[in-house]
Ligand binder design. Structure first.
Ligand SMILES: Nc1ncnc2c1ncn2[C@@H]1O[C@H](COP(=O)(O)OP(=O)(O)OP(=O)(O)O)[C@@H](O)[C@H]1O
Ligand SMILES: [Mg+2]
Length: 342
């Protein structure tokens, strides 16, 4: 007769090497049931798809067979540990090589467009040194609260226009510069992602800082990013930086799928002649960039005074259903929803 207590004792011999302790002490065994010669339990890992999991499963099987014999029936199910992001279906990074091309503007309006398409959306400001989400959503004076979740005190994101928002800007004085070393900035991003109550989301949009530095590496290596959209302006000087960003995210070590390019400030429409489009930097430039990088051109966003105004006064333009800009963002949102099979 096999006793549950014996099974537990045997499983204490199985070590999970990445954490240097046994699977019982690490609370990786759950739902253990023993009946006659049948043993079943869940083994909980941080990531379900980690190939190293199988080694632990086999070690547990062997340890039990060594004691109870080969005719014992062991049924082990791999389960994933619940984290702040377990119920977030897709993390979408909005990136660029160059500063000031409109990442934050695109991230904010894309989040709104996804929400307009009935998706549950969060927006996280990963620009630790220059946060813009609080201002773009008119939430500069709000401070996130705390809630208890799974025995842990976690940050409750701010909610505006149905979108869950978090930014380091909610925790610091907006007028003081953030002089932080790289590791402090990456740990701030980790906290915003992991120590928050995101709940169930279809999309978590990440507004990235410019360039290819520590924050980009942290996001790519520590989180399961579904895909990235690259924002560029149609100027030739922006292209070298775009190429560098694409190369970084395509790198074998990171491998974040690229959904495509968004050409911001693609053309200008004068308010007194709305039928006119002036392609100041060349009409085909965005498409040429996209072709050279073998990426789709997801959308072209015009230069519009109202985009900047709305960004400054906390009402992203994509909230206005009548604006042509909204239609452009709606189209990008639909493409992303399609790519994610939502
Ligand atoms: N299509 C547009 N039409 C008019 N103004 C725009 C447009 N896109 C962005 N802007 C304005 O350009 C400025 C820079 O945009 P934004 O902050 O979105 O860029 P960014 O890439 O996030 O910059 P950073 O690299 O500093 O994070 C903002 O004032 C914004 O309102
Ligand atoms: Mg920005």
């Amino acid at each position: 007769m096999i006793e549950k207590e014996n099974v537990v004792e045997i499983l204490k011999e199985v070590i999970y090497f990445p954490k240097g302790d046994n699977i019982i002490s690490l609370k990786m065994v759950d739902n253990l049931h023993v009946k006659d010669k049948n043993i079943r339990f869940d083994l909980i890992f941080e990531r379900k798809d980690d190939p190293k999991n199988d080694i632990v499963v086999e070690a547990a099987r062997k340890a039990l067979a060594d004691v109870f014999g080969d005719d014992v029936n062991v049924d082990i199910e791999i389960a994933e540990q619940e984290t702040a992001l377990s119920k977030v279906k897709h993390i979408i990074a909005v990136v660029s090589g160059k500063g000031g091309v409109g990442k934050s503007t695109v991230a904010a309006n894309l989040a709104v467009a996804l929400s307009r398409a009935n998706q549950r959306v969060g927006l996280i400001d990963a620009d630790i040194y220059g946060p813009s989400v609080p201002m773009m959503f008119g939430t500069e004076n709000e401070r996130p609260g705390c809630v208890e979740h799974n025995g842990k005190s976690v940050i409750l994101p701010i909610e505006k226009y149905g979108i869950k928002l978090l930014s380091i800007g909610y925790f610091v004085d907006a007028n003081r510069p953030l002089i932080w070393r790289g590791p402090m900035a990456t740990s701030a991003l980790n906290q915003l992602m992991n120590d928050a109550y995101w709940g169930e989301l279809d999309f978590l949009v990440v507004d990235m800082p410019p360039g290819t530095g520590d924050i980009q590496l942290t996001l790519a290596q520590s989180f399961k990013v579904s895909g990235a959209v690259i924002v560029t302006t149609p100027q030739k000087v922006a292209f070298a930086d775009v190429r560098r960003a694409v190369m970084m995210f395509n790198d074998e070590a990171l491998q974040i799928p690229m959904y495509g390019l968004i050409e911001n400030m693609a053309y200008f429409v004068p308010s007194d002649r709305p039928e006119k489009k002036y392609y100041i930097f060349g009409k085909e430039t965005g498409q040429q960039f996209a072709d050279e990088l073998h990426l789709p051109l997801l959308g072209q966003i015009p230069i519009e005074e109202r985009i900047a105004e709305c960004g400054d006064n906390g009402t992203p333009l994509a909230l206005d259903a009548t604006s042509p800009v909204t239609k452009a963002f709606d189209a990008v949102a639909m493409t992303i929803i399609g790519k994610c099979g939502q």
